[in-house]
Ligand binder design. Structure first.
Ligand code: JD8
Length: 274
């Protein structure tokens, strides 16, 4: 997969040289390129922002500078908008624009982006990027996703880019050593939060490891972990319990959920209290 990131703070993305994503870059599994938006400015002050139409505080990032950058990085528009560009069989790219006003990024988005051959991430700063930039890319036939990593305000899109690139980059085949470990993760296909994990020593600061985990009894361990995942999810993310696919739950799951105050009502899980 190729990933292009455009930002006025390229050093912010240096963290992607580290760990599994860094290894994936060095092994060629991930072709990640970080670009300085100012390379597409034309004035000697390398200006990327201007005052907002309609007034208000702060500055807005200019469409012309972003337009030149994305014209260079987004392949020929599927609708053949740019006759002077390379032939149409070029792999389309998916433009991702981090923004607090975007759809909330989830593991589903990470799984979808991990299937792309080319992703371009536009990191804004100031009050944001002129809205016509995303509009123009959509009009040119590119897939554009405006995504937020959560309901809090950051100073720019770089941190969100780090989060998203790690989230979909680690799903690329070969990046995570043991793909099985991807299966049981929070927000994975089970739709549950992870069970608690423990390692040596068995007694630490007076805290013991749950006996069942030392038993070697794999069926009892699996059942305990499932019960823990159900309990954690019910306690911390009742919204996820309500979304659980009842067909994916066995009798023991339903018994545990009943203990936790959940019942099945015409095929959906509902809190008993409701
Ligand atoms: C992109 C500029 C700063 C935002 C005025 C503060 C994502 N979950 C998220 N929170 N914040 C962002 C985010 C913030 C950004 C930009 C993403 C570009 N800013 C702006 C509007 C209010 N300043 C984000 N993903």
């Amino acid at each position: 997969m190729r990933v292009d990131v455009v930002t006025i703070f390229p050093d912010y993305l240096a963290a992607l040289d580290l760990s599994l994503v860094g290894k994936a870059r060095r092994s060629g599994l991930l072709d990640l390129r970080v670009h300085d938006l100012r390379d597409w400015t034309t004035d000697r002050h390398r200006t990327v922002d201007d005052t907002p139409f309609g007034g208000g505080a702060g500055m807005v990032m200019r469409p012309d500078v972003w337009g030149r950058a994305l014209d260079d990085l987004l392949p020929a528009a599927p609708d053949g908008g740019h006759a002077d560009r390379e032939p149409a069989h070029v792999e389309p790219a998916h433009l991702v624009v981090p923004t607090p006003s975007g759809e909330v990024f989830t593991q589903r988005h990470a799984e979808a982006l991990a299937t792309e051959s080319h992703v371009v991430v536009a990191c804004g700063r100031y009050e944001g990027i002129d809205a016509r930039v995303a509009e123009h890319a959509r009009a040119a036939g590119h897939r554009v996703s405006e995504l937020s990593i959560g309901d809090y305000v950051l100073n720019g899109g770089e941190v969100a880019a780090l989060v998203m690139i790690e989230a979909f980059g680690r799903l690329l085949p070969g990046v995570v050593g043991n793909p099985h470990s991807l299966v049981e993760e929070s927000h994975g296909s089970a739709g549950l939060l992870e069970y608690p994990v423990y390692t040596k020593p068995p007694l630490w600061e007076g805290h013991e490891v749950p006996e069942v985990l030392l038993s070697g009894h794999h069926a009892r361990i699996e059942r305990w972990r499932r019960d823990q995942a159900l309990a954690r999810t019910a306690a911390r993310r009742p919204d996820m319990v309500a979304e659980l696919d009842v067909d994916g739950l066995d009798k023991a799951d339903l018994a545990v959920l009943a203990e936790l105050g959940w019942r099945v009502d015409d095929g959906r899980l509902r809190p008993v209290a409701e």
